[in-house]
Design a protein around this ligand. Structure first.
Ligand SMILES: Cc1ncc(CN)c(N)n1
Length: 226
């Protein structure tokens, strides 16, 4: 799979209503500098070490989604999204090893406020809401990175050769990652149909947009470290 239609269905409507917040997330200066290979290493390093911690809490949020599912096919789908989150971590461990940072050193880094804000928000939505609320909080992370990866790979201004961030770019535009993202979007659509997404749209949109704003703040945390 080399493309996903991000405009369709419930996901497409949530993404559209996030408007300027969505654009600020996927076109953030952090991403533009990363694509050009000009991003300061200090900024990427801050981002990536925090993302390692982020993904651990995000995996917990997906574990909560597994718990909230009602049927075996849904449990399988949520568990495979959980697996995809955990499968991102070798990328982080590999970069950090090159900087002389061990995995246990990464794990013992202090969490940034941006990491705490985002992950605990998602976990709180999962605890106080149902599976559909939680999916609305999870999707900006999962599908947003696929959109970013695909945009970077199709942008002629993106530098791959000699770009230290090429492994990151390739990871999120990779067919395997995209396959998992399509499955996560399909699960949102299915759960949305079952649990009245239409009548709950405004509340779901508020959750989706808050998570989107937390994504942009996460990039900014990286840039602030340069
Ligand atoms: C903050 C954040 N958002 C999204 C992803 C992609 N799963 C990530 N690794 N980190």
């Amino acid at each position: 799979m080399t493309s996903i239609d991000f405009d369709q269905g419930l996901y497409g409507r949530l993404r559209l209503q996030a408007g300027a917040d969505w654009q600020a997330y996927i076109h953030h200066p952090f991403i533009q500098q990363l694509g050009a290979g000009t991003l300061a290493e200090s900024a990427f390093r801050r981002y990536l070490t925090q993302d390692y911690l982020f993904l651990i809490h995000f995996a917990r949020a997906y574990a909560l989604l597994v718990y909230k599912m009602r049927t075996l096919p849904e449990i399988r789908a949520a568990a495979s999204s959980l697996q995809a989150i955990v499968a991102e971590l070798p990328l982080h461990v590999g970069y950090c090893a090159n900087w002389g940072l061990s995995e246990s050193e990464m794990a013992s880094e202090a969490e940034a406020m941006e990491t705490i804000n985002y992950t605990r928000y998602v976990l709180d939505i999962g605890q106080s809401g149902d599976a559909l609320d939680l999916l609305a909080a999870l999707l900006p992370c999962v599908a947003g990175y696929a959109e970013i990866g695909l945009r970077l790979l199709s942008n002629p201004a993106t530098v791959i050769d000699g770009n230290p961030y090429a492994p990151w770019i390739n990871n999120y535009g990779d067919a395997h990652y995209l396959h998992g993202v399509q499955a996560a979007i399909d699960l949102l659509e299915q759960v949305g149909d079952q649990r009245g997404a239409e009548s709950r749209f405004d509340a779901l949109a508020a959750i989706f947009t808050t998570a989107t704003r937390l994504e942009a703040a996460f990039w900014q945390m990286g840039l602030n470290a340069q």
